[in-house]
Write a protein that binds this ligand. Structure first.
Ligand code: HEM
Length: 399
């Protein structure tokens, strides 16, 4: 078990072989080896100490005092032109998270947002051509996530294409560890467009408050600063499109390549279980970083103050100590304690929206509308990503 004590333990081993390209193409065989041989490992190409066992990733996220989110060395602050809630700890983080919380209240999700998601799902499914092979990634998964999120955030004037472009620009710039100018140029342009849109919506939200995130934050009795209101909305844009999109494509791949399981899920209406298994199998957010605030030890290795550890929840979700055949998509597992939504104070604020929008709305509607949907060539599906991961195309035959 990990221990938070100061010791004379040696540093963890240093790997100089693993490349970012290998991790981007298929990290899972690498993580399997690391879990067995060196579960605490400094990986030179990432500039971080990788933690690949489930107990360690959970331990780090549950101990924000020792493993801080407040890391000034990441490009995220530059990308968002703001110190966002994801990079804050303690009371500062709590206040900004709570500001947005009314929009994520379970009753609001069920009574306000899900009827909207149902409408969007119906309209976007109507647009799909029957009897043809179509790529559901750009035609359904991405725009569905974008439209629902625009409404939930109170920025429905943004088009799907804008939402998708802004989200990608923020993600690319947040991962721009080489601080190259081009990704920041794109995130700067996206920030300017988002700020202009948000500015133009303030009067409407003041005059006609609703339950959207922007509206509840603007109209709060004791509002957080406007810069942080905008930063919160941008975090949700950066974090609320790619993940449900990738989750939907991953789950569809899992179900369509396992027809027996699909049959059973349909018979029992177990779309929720299929959702949880899909996000376990290939976690949409594969890794998170935390800054070490004092010398500590994990599995007999010194983790020095100032080091950055990377919790690999993708690997935690395949940990042999918790999962049998973790590399296989198995909806009817005995238990599924995955970590795809994180742990601790930064646990995903959109968890219940994503679960319902994908698991309870889109999946059953899609299979009802297209009962004979098929994946003609599973090998044509390409998977990518180290920090974020999922299929980048999903050519299905709709019938
Ligand atoms: C399948 C879909 C999703 C997955 C797998 C996912 C995953 C995650 C994870 C792992 C984190 C924590 C990151 C960390 O610990 O550093 C996170 C944070 C967050 N997510 Fe999600 N997410 C999903 C969908 C969404 C959606 C739809 C929204 C918005 C509607 C959203 C909003 C947020 C926010 C605001 C945070 C920051 C929370 C904080 O720092 O306190 N997420 N998400």
């Amino acid at each position: 078990m990990p221990a938070a004590t100061i010791t004379q333990a040696p540093l963890s081993p240093l790997d100089t072989d693993i490349t970012l390209d290998q991790l981007d193409r298929d990290p899972y065989p690498i993580y399997r080896r690391l879990r067995a041989e060196t579960p605490v490992l400094r990986v030179k190409s990432t500039g971080r100490t990788l933690l690949t066992k489930a107990a360690d990733t959970k331990y780090v996220k549950d101990n924000p005092g020792l493993f801080s989110s407040n890391d000034p060395n990441t490009p995220m602050q530059r990308a968002f032109r703001a110190h966002t809630l994801m990079r804050k700890d303690g009371e500062e983080h709590r206040r900004e998270r709570m500001a947005m919380a009314p929009a994520f209240n379970p009753k609001v999700i069920v009574n306000t947002w899900m009827p909207k998601y149902r409408e969007i799902a119906g309209a976007y499914l109507d647009r799909l051509p029957r009897g043809e092979t179509v790529d559901l990634f750009p035609l359904l998964a991405a725009p569905y996530a974008a439209r629902g999120l625009a409404i939930l955030l109170g920025i429905e004037e943004a088009t799907d294409d804008q939402m998708i472009r802004w989200s990608q620009a923020l993600i690319d710039a947040s991962g721009n560890f080489g601080f190259r100018p081009e990704p920041f140029a794109r995130s700067d342009a996206a920030n300017d467009e988002m700020n202009a849109l948000f500015d133009s919506l303030l009067d409407r939200h003041r005059a006609n408050p609703n339950e959207s995130a922007l509206s509840v934050m603007i109209n709060a009795v004791d509002p957080i600063p406007q810069s942080q209101i905008y930063a919160n909305v941008k975090i949700a844009i950066g974090g609320g499109i790619n993940e449900p999109r990738d989750a939907l494509c991953t789950i569809l791949y899992g179900l369509l390549t396992n027809p027996d399981q699909l049959e059973e899920v349909r018979r029992n209406d177990d779309w929720d279980k299929a959702f949880e298994e899909g996000v376990r199998w290939v976690a949409p957010i594969q890794a998170s970083s935390r800054l070490v605030t004092e010398d500590t030890e994990i599995r007999g290795c010194l983790i020095p103050k100032g080091d950055t550890v990377m919790t690999i929840q993708a690997s935690a979700n395949h940990d042999e100590e918790l999962f049998t055949d973790g590399d296989k998509f198995i909806v009817y597992r005995d238990s599924n304690p995955h970590q795809s939504f994180g742990n601790g104070p930064h646990f995903c604020q959109g968890t219940h929206v994503a679960r319902r929008a994908v698991g309870q709305v889109m999946l059953p509607m899609l299979f009802e509308r297209f009962p004979n949907i098929r994946l003609p060539d599973p090998a044509a599906v390409q998977w990518r990503g180290f920090g974020f991961r999922g299929p980048i195309n999903l050519p299905v035959l709709l019938g």
